[in-house]
Design a protein around this ligand. Sequence first.
Ligand code: AMP
Length: 218
Amino acid sequence: MIVVFLGPPGAGKGTQCKLIVDRYGLTHLSSGDILRRERKENTELGQKAQSYMDSGQLVPDDLIVAMMMKEIGSQSSGGYVLDGFPRTIGQAQELDKALVAAGKKVDVVLNLEVDDNKLETRITGRRSCGKCGTAYHVTFNPPKTEDQCDKGCGALTQRPDDTSEVVQQRIKTYHEQTSPLVEYYQQQGNVKNVNGNLDIQEVTKALYDVLDGVKTSA
Ligand code: AMP
């Protein structure tokens, strides 16, 4: 099963993806995570992506498409969830072309809808542990001791693009460049809208209901 996960920054795609991939035996392919890894390793791609990411802009299509095609091509079997890719019509067209050439298609597009006024609080409160990767939220899922990982790893960190200034730009970028993808995929007839304003567990249930009903081409 090939799943595209759409939704604004802070919609909860990352959290939900972790649950979905476990239940359906899929691989989680997050373009944001891959870019952050490239930056940590200080690769040429990581260096090129840095200024775009830190200002809430999209990294140019040619760089992202090459990066994601390599990642998708290395998937030997089974399905995957694309989280954060495609983010422009151009990227979606390139993905479609590559899938058609491989005799595959996007089986379902999950569109997680969240009101804009909820996004900023969700994003700016996010913290994570750089060592073990555990995610927290200062209000909704706080650590036992402020700013410290519950597993004893030490201080928590905030993504540099999770600050209020950058968040506003990321939301704007989403509306301008990524939300037109909903219509693009609606024309292919495979979009499922899910209300992302609800509690995490309720959203998970709604996503499972959709995915349980998906008939894959494979
Ligand atoms: P994310 O973790 O998905 O919020 O992505 C973090 C940042 O990485 C974004 O704000 C963009 O700068 C960049 N990025 C991630 N995925 C893409 C993509 N598909 N196209 C362009 N830029 C991307």
